[in-house]
Design a protein. Sequence first.
Length: 204
Amino acid sequence: MSRHIALDIGVAELGRAISRRLDAVFLSQAYSRLVVDCNRDPWSHEAIPQTSDGTPVPGNQSLSSRERTLRIGEIHEPYHARLADEVARRWHPGKRVVLVALHSFTPVLGGIERPWDVGILHAGGNESFSRRLLGAFAREPGLCVGDNQPYPMDRTDYSVPRHAFGRTLDYAEIEIRQDHVADKAGQRHWAELLCMALEEAWRQ
């Protein structure tokens, strides 16, 4: 439960800090993604993995269809229903709304080092905000900024495509290296950086 396979390290603290400063709603999943990953299609094999980064997940072995359906109905569907409600409450033509998906990534995966400090994922829908956010981070000295890194947004991503693409909402999926936000000092630093970049992208 202390590893990246169970949760996005540092994201809960970052999300709360950003929410306070920007007066934004922060929704987070209370369950580990090993129970069910809410950023995956609920019926894909990745939503309830039997193995994660080489580690077997005993509680996910040989699940029945009923057991999978219960997890999806009690965890995955309510999360996305709440997110859809929040978007619908704000969005109408002519009003600016930005959906920000906040994640963190392990610095090493499968023995391969990932050098980026922060990555912005985008692929489809209205990418304008994501591209402005990339520019804002690129102007920060000393940062290694990934454009669709450490991996591209693709069909495995679920939340942003589901809630942003159909309405052509502004969106950004942000990935931060977990070793940067593993302690309170790093979380404070990155909350400040993220708020500055988000505010700059919003003003442009």
